[in-house]
Write a protein that binds this ligand. Structure first.
Ligand SMILES: Cc1ncc(COP(=O)(O)O)c(C=O)c1O
Length: 385
């Protein structure tokens, strides 16, 4: 089915990049599990030469993701971290990057433990405060790397304002849109230059694939990423590409239910006497609730709660039954985790404290189970606190 430009988001999820297979009419893009392609004659081929460079299953996913993020081209990588590596390959020695301070721990680790070896420098600031972003810029700043909402304390950055600021200073704006997904927020429409994802999370949505993606709009970025993806080679496999494509078909539907369940659980926990604080942009007492209403189409399924101490967090985490104690997020099943010892273990304790990742903080990725079952599970686990 050919989509015209007027197709709305849920339609794009299902149809963008999806053509019936020309050889059989199969409605679902096949898994092209091949390493190479036979050429008709010397120099004559069908656009496919070698599978690191081009694969039809991956190409279908990339077209789909580009359409979902309102970009011009997508690039699928072997993991979210490989996608972040691809974006930072645009930098040169001596460049400086301004980064959201409570960015994902693995991003911090890549920047600080790997990329600083190549003479790149990074400043971490609360990008929710534009005055701090402005103050962090230097003559060498080439990139503003944003994550909104942040992991795990759900801080927001005004994407339109931050993009305008960075562009006045000649910097490229990159947004890690993993937490929101394009169903809730489309940074390219707000002025960002590049969007990236851990497709492992909401885009795939079923906790059965690890992958990443970058979506670009500018011709120079598209040229570089096309070259880099093949040159560095950290591509997404055909099977994983197929899984993520299968996932994005239901993205609009899943995110609508994540929004409903996320808000219901946030409201329930906010009224619970054992919970000291709930971090969720959909609650009116979230300091950036108004920005969330403006910038996002729904508040998603991610929230964190403060239980006061490591011991309280431990008792709660050891008692949940339905919500599984596991890293990761964005699947149909609810997951629960302890950022200080799990996702943010690679962040030094003093930095963890500065960004609000306390020992009593617990993160929930609220799934799409029946809401009453979820509430009952959390209630019985909180009894143990
Ligand atoms: C916001 C965010 N960005 C990037 C990543 C890295 O993605 P991956 O685990 O697919 O490499 C994660 C992983 O948890 C994440 O939460």
């Amino acid at each position: 089915m050919k989509l015209d430009g007027s197709a709305r988001f849920a339609t794009r999820c299902i149809h963008a990049g999806q053509e019936p297979d020309p050889s059989t009419g199969a409605i679902i893009t096949p898994i092209f599990q091949t390493s190479t392609y036979v050429q008709d004659a010397l120099g004559e081929h069908k656009g496919y030469e070698y599978a690191r460079t081009q694969n039809p299953t991956r190409a279908a996913l990339e077209a789909n993701l580009a359409a979902l993020e309102s970009g011009r081209a997508g690039f699928a990588f072997a993991s979210g971290m490989a996608a972040i590596g691809a974006v930072t390959s645009m930098l040169k020695a001596g460049d400086h990057v301004v980064v959201t301070d409570n960015t994902y721990g693995g991003t911090f680790r890549l920047f600080e433990r790997v990329l600083t070896r190549y003479d790149l420098t990074f400043s971490y600031v609360d990008t929710g405060r534009l005055d701090l972003v402005e103050a962090a810029f230097t003559d060498r700043t080439r990139m503003l790397f944003l994550e909104t909402p942040t992991n795990p304390v759900l801080g927001l950055t005004d994407l339109a304002e931050a993009s305008a600021l960075a562009h006045r200073r000649g910097a490229t704006v990159v947004v890690d849109n993993t937490f929101a997904s394009p169903a809730l927020q489309r940074p390219l429409e707000l002025g960002a230059d590049l969007v990236l994802h851990s497709t492992t999370k909401y885009l795939n949505g079923h906790s059965d694939s690890v992958g990443g993606a970058v979506i670009a709009t500018r011709e120079t970025d598209i040229e570089w990423l096309t070259f880099y993806q093949n040159a560095a080679g950290a591509i997404l496999s055909p099977f994983d590409s197929w899984l993520v494509l299968r996932g994005t078909k239901t993205l609009a539907l899943r995110m609508a239910q994540h929004n409903i369940n996320g808000l219901a659980i946030a409201e329930y926990l906010a009224g619970h006497p054992k919970v000291k604080k709930v971090f969720y942009p959909g609650l009116p007492d979230h300091p950036q609730h108004e920005l969330a209403r403006r910038q996002m189409q729904g508040f998603g399924g991610m929230l964190s709660i403060e239980l006061g101490s490591l011991e309280h967090a431990r008792r709660f985490l050891n008692r949940v039954r339905l919500a599984a104690l596991a890293e990761s997020l964005g699947g149909v099943e609810s997951l629960i985790s302890h950022p200080a010892t799990m996702t943010h273990a690679s962040v030094p304790p003093e930095r963890r404290a500065a960004i609000g990742v306390t020992d009593g903080l617990v993160r929930l990725s609220v799934g799409i189970e029946d809401i009453d079952d979820l509430k009952a599970d959390l209630a019985q686990a909180l009894d143990a606190v």
